[in-house]
Ligand binder design. Structure first.
Ligand SMILES: Nc1ncnc2c1ncn2[C@@H]1O[C@H](COP(=O)(O)OP(=O)(O)OP(=O)(O)O)[C@@H](O)[C@H]1O
Ligand SMILES: [Mg+2]
Length: 249
């Protein structure tokens, strides 16, 4: 499907001149972009460019100093995280956060209670289906604090999906995977396409960006410096300079 049919449609998520400073540091500076329903959008940029801060502003962990964040037609900027979660935005964290003393199954079940849409069928089958989908079958009864870091990331994804979000925010979910795990994880993300979920993903793994993102937004020093299809933005001299410095431009 081409990107063109989105023209004229209301975006599901829209940032308008959103800013956030920490003291004198403009972590997010007049950031504007749209995400349309069903898209997978990559949020790119060098370390410290403001990507996680942007995710925190969307999910309500931080309150913007200025600007508007519209989700499904309403302004969500400044709402508390649980209200935003309930409205239909779920996330995973750059530094994994699981309930370590709860089982994998309990973690995922908790996700269903954060969200706005309860499962249509029985909770047990719904939760176990998600656990299997993210590759954790057989680990459901283990404590989340006792499984590997990568498996904890899978728990986070299943927990986010259990909320049946309209928009899923992934902050470097693919980081740290070996090539085999990466292939499986990319398949999983692709499999979410068309399942009513829209994805905004912070990512550094270039192969992942090229193979799953419909579009990318690139940040540098808090501001948007490029936007477009992956091949286009990754070839953009301003993007290359931002990642590599002036010497490589
Ligand atoms: N709570 C905070 N207090 C003060 N400064 C912060 C805070 N959170 C982030 N920053 C600073 O804001 C800038 C943007 O940080 P952010 O974590 O959003 O970057 P990022 O693009 O996610 O980087 P990375 O790729 O390393 O994850 C950085 O300079 C960071 O040190
Ligand atoms: Mg980050």
């Amino acid at each position: 499907m081409s990107a063109l049919p989105q023209a004229g449609r209301e975006p599901v998520l829209s940032l308008e001149a959103v800013s956030k400073a920490f003291g004198g540091l403009r972590a997010v500076d007049q950031l504007s972009f749209d995400v349309h329903s069903g898209e997978i959008v990559g949020l790119l940029g060098p370390n410290g460019s403001g990507k996680t801060t942007a995710m925190n502003l969307i999910s309500g962990a931080l309150v913007p100093d200025a600007g508007r964040i519209r989700f499904a037609g309403r302004d969500i900027a400044g709402l508390p995280p649980h209200r935003i979660a309930r409205a239909g935005i779920a996330r995973t964290f750059q530094l994994v956060r699981v309930f370590r003393t709860m089982s994998v199954r309990e973690n995922v079940r908790a996700g269903a209670t954060f969200g706005g849409r309860p499962p249509a069928g029985p909770m047990g089958a719904f939760v176990d289906g998600l656990i299997e989908r993210v590759g954790l079958a057989g680990q459901a009864d283990r404590l989340a604090g006792e499984i590997t870091y990568i498996d904890q990331k899978r728990v986070e994804l299943a927990r986010a999906l259990a909320a049946q979000p309209q928009v899923l925010l992934l902050d470097e979910w693919l980081a740290g995977l070996n090539p085999t795990e990466l292939g499986v994880a990319l398949e999983l993300i692709r499999s979410l396409r068309g399942g009513n979920v829209t994805i905004l993903m912070v990512e550094h793994v270039m192969d992942a960006i090229r193979s799953v993102c419909d579009r990318c937004v690139v940040m540098n020093a808090g501001a948007k410096i490029a936007e477009g299809p992956p091949a286009q933005v990754l070839a953009d001299p301003a993007v290359i300079t931002a990642y590599l410095g002036d010497d490589h431009a």
